[in-house]
Write a protein that binds this ligand. Structure first.
Ligand SMILES: NC(=O)c1ccc[n+]([C@@H]2O[C@H](COP(=O)([O-])OP(=O)(O)OC[C@H]3O[C@@H](n4cnc5c(N)ncnc54)[C@H](OP(=O)(O)O)[C@@H]3O)[C@@H](O)[C@H]2O)c1
Length: 250
């Protein structure tokens, strides 16, 4: 039997990269998925690619009214959430002297505030227990990158939430873990570096800094998220599973 048969999953930022690969994997394993993102065109494309058992909900994880609308739709269509993958995130590079309030608010708003309220607002629907996975990063948790100070703080903060909340969630039958990608080949490289050429240079730098001498595939991250979401990891809560080709491990 498929491992997620009958399960209902919510994935924020499910239109591209790791979120999209995870949505496809969850549906292949029998789940029904709700995916979100800000761009309607990307939502439409993702829906066509996933093909079945998917509802798209446009919204920004910083906006609490958008999160309320997301969970209202989930409640009306399925009445329950079994798996939550708080995945939506951005990376923006700024050196210490150039950090602005706008940069701080944008990165912390999406990567940390977004996670806080995505999780909090899912809980009333997690009535059967379940699994929450946060997409963190080896950057901020195990590695430092000079130009990613605020990104690092947002991801370390997300990891800290897990330690704080696991006792409460355990009492509700909910496990909560992080997956921390190393360099993974997704459009986040284009969005954070601005041009195709600069994204390619960053990819090459990441490859040479990784013991396995390659980037991760979104599907390899999806496999780790699937593990944490499914009963295969039934005695695992509170961890940060680093999927990074060894980059932060050796
Ligand atoms: N790829 C890597 O090397 C890597 C490494 C470490 C950690 N990560 C983490 O992995 C997660 C997924 O990234 P990815 O690499 O798969 O990048 P991606 O392909 O750019 O995916 C990001 C997803 O998040 C959505 N998103 C961004 N801001 C949002 C917002 N405010 N509200 C709702 N959705 C939003 C995007 O859609 P819209 O833009 O349309 O909203 C998209 O669906 C992120 O949290 C990232 O920090 C990635």
């Amino acid at each position: 039997m498929s491992k997620l048969e009958g399960k209902v999953a919510v994935i924020t930022g499910g239109t591209t990269g790791i979120g999209l690969a995870t949505a496809k994997r969850f549906v292949d394993e029998g789940a029904y998925v709700f995916i979100t993102g800000r761009r309607q065109a990307e939502l439409d494309k993702a829906k066509a690619e996933i093909g079945r058992n998917v509802t798209t909900v446009q919204g920004d994880v910083r906006n609490l009214a958008d999160l309320d609308r997301l969970y209202d739709i989930v409640k009306a269509e399925k009445g329950v959430v079994d798996i939550l993958f708080a995945n939506a995130g951005i990376a923006e590079h700024t050196m210490l002297d150039s950090i602005t309030e706008e940069h701080y608010d944008r990165v912390m708003g999406i990567n940390l505030k977004g996670v806080v309220f995505t999780v909090q607002k899912a809980l009333p629907l997690m009535t059967r227990g379940g699994s929450i996975v946060i997409n963190a990063s080896i950057v901020g948790i195990s590695k430092g990158v000079q130009s990613l100070g605020i990104y690092s703080a947002s991801k370390a903060g997300a990891r800290a939430l897990i330690r704080a909340w696991v006792p409460d969630l355990s009492a509700r039958g909910i496990r909560m873990n992080a997956v921390s990608p190393g360099p993974t080949d997704t459009p986040i490289f284009e969005s954070q570096f601005g041009t195709v050429e600069r994204a390619e240079m960053a990819r090459q730098a990441a490859i040479s800094a990784t013991p396995m001498k390659r980037m991760g595939l979104p599907e390899e991250l999806a496999a780790a998220v699937f593990f944490l979401a499914s009963s295969e990891s039934s005695f695992i809560t509170g961890i940060d599973l680093q999927v990074d080709g060894g980059m932060a491990q050796v």
